[in-house]
Design a protein around this ligand. Structure first.
Ligand code: GCB
Length: 603
């Protein structure tokens, strides 16, 4: 902790130092410091935290994190922030949703809370933050413990050494400023929320800690990879329902085994999950895992060897009152609406969604496309940007690779066709395969508008070509869509990852023309008519389930919202296009059922 005289000294120096944040931008909290937490019970640190917005980064300059708690009447120096008292906000939350004056705030904000600690020999304490948008620096009792980049993936930090008996002070500095080198960059079509908006948990762990567990069906057998920290040479793996019990030998903390087994396969119709348990030393984790194979062959996508059509819908994490916070109820409502639409698939755009989403999709039998925010004009030539994107992808995959529902890792969306982009995104696709060879990769690719044809150099490096097309909306000549369809002969499956039109369902919405509900419905009708004839299109996830908040949409029918939702922002009012898509998906599902029946008869 700083002495008082240091504080004064420090305040002065801080006025002249523009390199003040350099020591804190270490990116030391990353995929390699994550700890597997499924099946663990931690102490929730959710609830009220002291809070202060800090536009000028005064806190980092003056080292607010190092101030010794002191009653105001005992202080001999003026403080510019009171970390230990004063205003609070709930965690998780987005500050934009807490006070109107913070609605457009972009910058640093400080979160502080006390932490009681009762030291026990041989125990380790690890803090896990579900997500903080975008850069989060962690301090404990004045010591800087590391920082994390990336607004939608979890990160862990070990507190053991820095904790002291009794009361401790935990401080987070969270910064949501949009900059050129971030992922995403400065310009997005979703709202730049800020804050600690997912759960914060403290885990009390033994000395030997299971860092990672990856369980999947690979080549018809069950394959298990584990990583363990600490002195341990063998872990024990089991799936009680399958009668599986096996030793997993570890070398330098890592081990892999393959076990012959015939589990019931997971599918949307039979979303069967098994409890899996890994024990290492005194540590144990548990997960619920489904086994299935997702592959591609020519232009087909195969689930457990059978061709499927992805009846999907795209969805953001956005809520009129909660912002980017996703409650369990919100995720369940999202999926219930998708089911009502006839979906078997959702595109979780454009960043990793709350981890409960994939767990719930596992149980409900929905397939998912998960994605990192490599969106539009990323600074592809910048190595720091690449490091950040690669880390976000690794964190997402390590978080969710035990989820049978996740069938696609997407490495980006609508990025300009440059050499730097190709190198960057090909690299991401390779990382996805290295981290997880059991899923398909994709990205929203490009169309050559001169040749009217799907053409993207990235396509040969991914499994599924995602295509965002807005014929009837941004592209007015609808006939071109059919032409693109006819001119293209992709060698792999295409999924229409976006299509749609705005429809303003409020009282101010127009009765006809652009932004009317009737026009939105008409676009869906024409899209369905054109796409249904394209054999290589193996799925679609139109844009989007709900209207969502965004700064860049300020037209008279938008007023701060992207209104391409099939359901309005109240998450209740369905627009006519909802029924239009539901009717088409009903028809497709019937075709799929008939196909499956004939296949069953001939087998
Ligand atoms: C797109 C983007 C998506 C936008 C959407 C739109 O192509 O991928 O993020 O929100 O179009 O509404 O313009």
């Amino acid at each position: 902790m700083l002495e008082r005289s240091d504080l004064a000294e420090n305040a002065l120096q801080a006025l002249h130092d523009e390199d003040y944040d350099r020591p804190f931008n270490t990116q030391s909290l990353n995929a390699d410091t994550l700890i597997f937490t499924k099946g663990r019970h931690g102490q929730s640190l959710d609830g009220d935290w002291n809070f202060c917005v800090d536009l000028l980064d005064t806190g980092l300059r003056q080292k607010w994190f190092a101030m010794t708690p002191e009653a105001p009447e005992d202080r001999i120096e003026p403080w510019d922030y009171d970390p230990y008292m004063g205003e609070t906000v709930p965690v998780p939350s987005c500050w934009q949703m807490q006070k109107e004056k913070w609605y457009f705030f972009e910058g640093s904000a400080w979160y502080t809370r006390p932490l009681e600690h009762n030291p026990m020999p041989g125990r380790r304490q690890v803090l896990r933050i579900g997500a903080a948008q975008y850069d989060c620096k962690v301090f404990l009792n004045g010591a800087f413990l590391g920082n994390h980049y990336g607004g939608s993936t979890p990160f862990c930090v070990e507190l053991t050494e820095a904790l002291r008996p009794g009361q401790n002070w935990l401080m987070l500095c969270v910064n949501n400023t949009r900059t050129l080198d971030r992922v995403p960059m400065r310009n997005t079509d979703w709202f730049n929320y800020g804050g600690v908006y997912r759960e914060v948990t403290l885990f009390d762990l033994p000395e030997v800690v299971i860092r990672d567990l990856f369980v999947r069906l690979e080549g018809g057998a069950i394959r298990i990879s584990a990583e363990v920290d600490g002195d341990c040479t063998t872990a024990r793996f089991s799936i009680p329902e399958l009668g599986i019990e096996a030793d997993l030998p570890l070398q330098d903390g890592k081990g892999e085994i393959t076990l012959a087994a015939s589990p019931a396969l997971w599918s949307p119709d039979t979303p069967k999950l098994y409890d899996v348990i890994l024990t290492a030393g005194a540590d144990q984790v548990q997960d619920r895992v489904g086994f299935r194979a997702i592959t591609r062959e020519g232009t087909e996508i195969l689930l457990n060897g059978a061709p499927i059509f992805l009846r999907g819908i795209s969805v953001h994490e956005d809520d009129a009152t909660l912002g980017k916070v996703s409650s369990e109820a919100d995720i369940r409502r999202r999926f219930a609406h998708a089911k009502e639409l006839g979906c078997n698939f959702l595109r979780l755009a454009h960043y990793p969604h709350h981890e409960r989403a994939a767990e719930i999709a596992d149980e409900m039998g929905l397939m998912l496309w998960e994605e990192v925010p490599v969106y539009w004009a990323i600074d592809f030539a910048n190595p720091a940007t690449r490091r950040d994107a690669e880390n976000q992808l690794r964190e997402l995959i390590r978080r969710d690779r035990n989820r049978a529902s996740v069938i696609i890792w997407s490495v980006g969306n609508e990025n300009p066709d440059t050499d730097a982009r190709l190198d960057f995104m090909r690299g991401l696709a390779e990382i996805a395969k290295a981290e997880d060879p059991t899923r398909l990769t994709s990205a929203a690719c490009l169309v050559n508008h001169a040749k009217l044809k799907i053409e993207d150099r990235l396509a040969q490096h991914i499994d599924v070509i995602g295509l965002n097309e807005y014929y009837g909306w941004y592209e007015e000549n609808f006939d071109e869509l059919g032409e693109i369809g006819r001119n293209s002969a992709p060698d792999r499956p295409v999924v229409i990852s976006e299509t749609g039109a705005d429809g303003d369902s409020t009282d101010q919405g127009p009765k006809r023309g652009l932004f009317s509900l009737a026009y939105q419905d008409e676009v869906y009708a024409k899209q369905i008519e054109t796409l249904r004839g394209l054999d290589y299109v193996k799925g679609m996830s139109p844009w989007i389930l709900y209207d969502f908040r965004v700064e860049r949409r300020q037209g008279i029918f938008q007023r701060g919202w992207n209104r391409k939702g099939l359901i309005a922002a109240d998450k209740a009012t369905k627009k006519p296009a909802f029924q239009r898509l539901a009717a088409y998906y009903g028809e497709r599902a019937a075709i799929e059922r008939r196909k499956a029946e004939t296949l069953g008869e001939t087998e």
